[in-house]
Design a protein around this ligand. Structure first.
Ligand code: PEP
Ligand code: MG
Length: 547
């Protein structure tokens, strides 16, 4: 038996035979080199065949699935000059076949993505490699996709998004990668499928067919487990499955504590394709949609129409449940080159989020108009990040009114969304009594509130031992914010990571917090904690949530 530790990318426990996917050696360099004209034709035909393959995969997946959305992105890349033009240039220089040219062009593009600071953009390198390999395999006539036909533990160095998307869910017991990142599309898809997944596992090569036990609750694996380990893991799996069944029985239940305090348990999502998983876990709404997905990874500013379509789609899918859209929160660790922001010594204390939006009102209004239009299609609320002063909120409100007036003048359907702010700076918490008179809700961002209150850089992993969401200063600010919100008759939620910390649920109930917004897989555990809480809510408003 060999055992090891790895990072958890999706929770769960599984035992099964390994289905090893080896990095394909395409042998494209063995292909004959034809005339430049013929190689260009080969490239074109290869990209068209690849497009057909991807379209067939989309049909298999169903066009509404999260996988289909990624494949749509691949379909777009297949036709993009950004990928094909450098390959054409290489061919025109002579002495190279079309398959090698597209692989080189794909790798060069992927390297550029990898060199960016942003983990999301780095993860897009995998998409670029995936598409270029598919085109090369079409040119070379090699079949790329391999998938198990029985329920297996998939092991690979890394998986491309389209490989992950092509697996039949019933044949995937778990996924274990030697490399991989938490932000890669493959990891996102695995999580969305609810598959136990590990990354960064130091597994030996050539283990196809061997039995493997995967504990993606403790972050470890056992290759060729001995009998006592199999029994132990089987027991752990039975317990996990029972726990999941118990949690799933909570779907459809209201999140009301025994003391009578009612909370909404909502989902945090970072892109529209996460909404299905959130609904599977019975989210009562989306308490935080980070709108950066529309900006980061794009070459230029998203248009009003693009934004409107994305927001309206999520709102419609939520079917009346609330959707809190947070306006742009770039800056600091979230980079977006086309904004051409100045280099800063202290980016976390720099030009970010609402500060950027207020200094570029024309840009901000594009997003405000898109949100107001989408609000006519669903239950949408608008939330401003990184507020530090009442005047900032007043300026944003004036721009919101201006946007609404323009839309009405233009005869476009629109609705004024409920307006709220994030409380994620100590300044906002301290000023929460005054801020509460300006808005209709608060949502406390404990990630940044902790960073700014305790002077702890949230990106610095060596500060982890100091990062304590039970810190009395943080809790005092949360209590103060909740008290001021309720005194002004508005509701208050928490959308930072602390919202999912079950050891704080009682405290939040006692503060009278109205809503907790957490990552989708944490919704039901949080609801279970609320239902069994022995807390007494002292700050109860006695009124229903105002969504
Ligand atoms: C927060 O700061 O707690 C928050 C939810 O926002 P983000 O993590 O996106 O900064
Ligand atoms: Mg924040």
């Amino acid at each position: 038996m060999q055992q090891g530790k790895a990072k958890i990318a999706g929770n769960g426990i599984a035992i099964g035979p390994v289905f090893e996917i080896k990095t394909q050696d395409l042998k494209v360099s063995d292909l004959a080199i034809l005339s430049i004209e013929d190689e260009l034709t080969r490239l074109q035909a290869g990209s068209e065949d690849a497009l057909e393959q991807i379209k067939a995969l989309i049909d298999e997946q169903g066009s509404d699935s999260a996988a289909a959305e990624i494949l749509e992105f691949h379909a777009m890349l297949c036709q993009e000059d950004e990928l094909l033009d450098p390959a054409r240039e290489l061919i025109k220089q002579g002495g190279i076949n079309a398959a090698v040219a597209i692989l080189q062009a794909g790798k060069a593009q992927a390297d550029e993505f990898k060199a960016l600071d942003d983990p999301y953009m780095q993860a897009r390198a995998a998409d670029m490699l995936d598409v270029s390999q598919r085109i090369a395999s079409c040119i070379a006539g090699v079949k790329l996709q391999t998938k198990p036909s029985v329920r297996s533990v998939i092991v690979a160095d890394d998986l491309t998004p389209s490989q992950t998307a092509a697996f039949a869910r019933e044949h995937v017991a778990a996924i274990v990668l030697r490399q991989g990142t938490l932000n890669s599309h493959a990891a996102i898809l695995a999580r969305n499928m609810g598959v136990p997944s590990l990354i960064e596992a130091s597994l030996p090569l050539n283990i196809d067919g061997k039995i493997m036990a995967v504990d993606a609750t403790a972050g470890c694996y056992y290759l060729e487990p001995d009998e006592p380990t199999i029994v132990k893991m089987q027991q752990a799996k039975d317990d996990w499955d029972k726990e999941q069944l118990k949690l799933f029985a909570l779907r459809g239940k209201a999140s009301i504590a025994p003391c009578g305090h009612k909370m909404l348990v909502c989902a945090n999502i970072g892109s529209p394709d996460e909404i299905e998983f959130a609904l599977d876990n019975d989210c009562e709404g989306v308490g935080l949609m980070r709108s950066e997905f529309l900006y980061i990874g794009h070459e230029t500013y998203p248009t009003e129409e693009e934004q409107y379509q994305a927001y309206a789609r999520v709102a419609t899918t939520l079917n009346g449940r609330p959707l809190v859209i947070r306006t742009l929160d770039i800056g600091a660790d979230k980079k977006c080159p086309y904004f051409e922001l100045p280099a800063e010594e202290n980016p976390a204390l720099g030009l970010r989020a609402l500060r950027i939006c207020l200094t570029r009102p024309e840009l901000f209004k594009v997003q405000l108009r898109a949100i107001c239009r989408a609000a006519a299609r669903g239950n949408i609320l608008l939330m401003l990040p990184m507020v530090t002063a009442v005047s900032e909120v007043q300026k944003a409100k004036a721009l919101l009114e201006e946007s609404l007036r323009e839309l009405i003048r233009e005869g476009k359907a629109c609705t004024r969304p409920q307006l709220g702010i994030m409380i994620e700076t100590p300044a906002a918490a301290v000023l929460s009594a005054q801020l509460a008179r300006e808005v209709e809700f608060f949502s406390i961002g404990t990630n940044d509130l902790m960073q700014y209150t305790c002077a702890l850089d949230r990106q610095n992993s060596s500060l982890a031992p100091f990062y304590d969401p039970h810190h009395p200063a943080l809790l005092e600010l949360i209590k103060l914010t909740a008290r001021n919100a309720h005194a002004a008759g508005i509701w208050v939620g928490i959308c930072g990571e602390a919202a999912a910390d079950l050891s704080l649920t009682n405290t939040f109930i006692e503060y009278g917090i109205d809503e907790l917004s957490v990552s989708p897989s944490r919704i039901l555990p949080v609801r279970a904690q609320i239902l069994s809480s022995d807390a007494e809510c002292s700050n109860r408003r006695g009124s229903e949530i105002l969504f």
